[in-house]
Design a protein around this ligand. Structure first.
Ligand SMILES: O=C(O)CCC(=O)C(=O)O
Ligand SMILES: [Fe+2]
Length: 315
C-alpha cells in the first residue's frame, strides 16, 4: 500500500555536488541517479541560483497572460507551439482526447546569425506590451541551462560515460522554457479535462522552478499517484522520454500530471525548462545500460521530437 508519508520524492542539495567533499559529491551522484530510477523525480535545493530571475519571470508572464486574448493571439504564430503563445485547449497528452486546461508561452534557444542552427531554430517572439520581456525571460533560460549542465555532469558519472557526454549532446540544444498559466476552473466547461493530463516529457530532463501552487503528481513504480511537493526556492527535476531511450529504460520517463484544484477560482503558474539535445544529436543506447541489447534503434533528436510533437497535437 502506498503511504504518502513514507514515499517521498528524494531531496538533494546541489551544494554537495558543487562545493562538497569527494564523498558528498559521490553521494549526490548516487542519489540523483537512484531518485531518477526509483521515482523519475527529485527535488533539488540549487546552489547560488538567483531566484530573483524566477520572480521577475513570473511577473512578466503574469502580465502577459492578463492581456486581452486578441493581443495574445498576435503571438500565436501557428508553428506547432515552437515559439510564442499557445492558447487554451490546444495541447493534449499523447493518449488523451481532452485538451489540457492551460495556455502557455515558449522561449527557445537564441543562436547568432549564420550559426548552423539559425535556419532550423525559429526566432523567438518578444511581446512589445511587456517591458523587459526578452532580458528577463532569457536570463532565466540561461541560468536553467547552466543548472541543467551541472545535473548532466553528475548523471554522466552515474552512467559511466565521459563527463562531457551530455554537454556534447545538448550544446546549443533545442531546450525550451515554457511558462504555463492554468486559469481558474470557473473559466472552463469541460468535464473531461484536467489542468495537465497524465503524460511523459519528451526531452532528456526537465527542471521545474517552484510552481505557484500544488497539483503536480507523479505515477510511482507501484502505480500510485504521489504528490510532488516543493517550496519556492526549490527546483523539481524529472526524466523524459529521450533519457529513457538512451538508458534503455533503466531510467524510465515518469508519467506525471497536474490535477484540478479544489478551489475553482485560483490560477496556477509554472515554468518547466525542457532540456533537449541539439537536433543532429543521435539518441543511442549508453553502453552501461546495454544489458542484453538495445531496445531502440538510434534516431536523431530531430526525428524523435517531430514524431512526438505530432502525437500531442503540436505539429
Ligand atoms: O505545471 C506543472 O507543474 C507541470 C507541467 C508539465 O508537466 C509539463 O508542461 O510538461
Ligand atoms: Fe510534464
Amino acid at each position: 500500500m502506498n503511504n504518502p508519508t513514507i514515499r517521498k520524492v528524494p531531496e538533494l542539495n546541489l551544494e554537495d555536488y558543487l562545493a562538497g567533499t569527494e564523498l558528498e559529491k559521490q553521494r549526490f551522484v548516487d542519489q540523483f541517479y537512484a531518485g531518477l530510477v526509483d521515482y523519475g523525480f527529485i527535488v533539488l535545493n540549487p546552489y547560488q541560483f538567483d531566484f530573483n530571475l524566477v520572480d521577475d519571470c513570473y511577473q512578466v508572464f503574469k502580465s502577459f497572460f492578463k492581456l486581452p486574448l486578441a493581443s495574445k493571439q498576435r503571438y500565436n504564430i501557428h508553428d506547432g507551439g515552437k515559439r510564442g503563445y499557445v492558447p487554451r485547449l490546444q495541447e493534449h497528452a499523447k493518449n488523451s482526447e481532452n485538451p489540457d486546461l492551460k495556455e502557455f508561452w515558449h522561449v527557445g534557444r537564441e543562436v547568432p546569425a549564420g550559426h548552423h542552427l539559425a535556419e532550423e531554430y525559429p526566432a523567438n517572439l518578444w511581446p512589445e506590451e511587456i517591458a523587459d520581456f526578452k532580458r528577463k525571460t532569457y536570463a532565466l533560460y540561461e541560468q536553467l541551462d547552466q543548472t541543467a549542465l551541472v545535473m548532466f555532469r553528475s548523471l554522466a558519472t552515474a552512467l559511466d560515460v565521459p563527463k562531457d557526454y551530455f554537454e556534447k549532446l545538448t550544446r546549443d540544444g533545442n531546450s525550451i522554457l515554457r511558462a504555463i498559466h492554468y486559469p481558474p476552473m470557473t473559466e472552463f466547461e469541460l468535464p473531461g479535462s484536467v489542468r495537465a493530463a497524465a503524460h511523459e516529457d519528451i526531452n532528456l530532463i526537465t527542471l521545474l522552478v517552484g510552481a505557484t501552487d500544488s497539483g503536480l503528481e507523479l505515477l510511482d513504480r507501484d502505480g500510485q499517484w504521489l504528490a510532488v511537493e516543493s517550496t519556492p526556492g526549490q527546483i523539481v527535476v524529472d526524466s523524459g522520454d529521450m533519457l529513457s531511450r538512451i538508458t534503455n529504460e533503466v531510467i524510465p520517463a515518469t508519467t506525471h500530471r497536474v490535477v484540478n484544484p479544489s478551489d475553482d477560482t485560483s490560477d496556477r503558474y509554472s515554468m518547466p525548462f525542457f532540456c533537449h539535445p541539439h537536433p543532429d544529436a543521435v539518441l543511442s543506447c549508453i553502453p552501461s545500460c546495454h544489458g542484453t541489447g538495445a531496445k531502440y534503434p538510434d534516431i536523431t533528436a530531430r526525428d524523435f521530437l517531430n514524431q512526438r510533437l505530432r502525437e500531442i497535437g503540436l505539429a
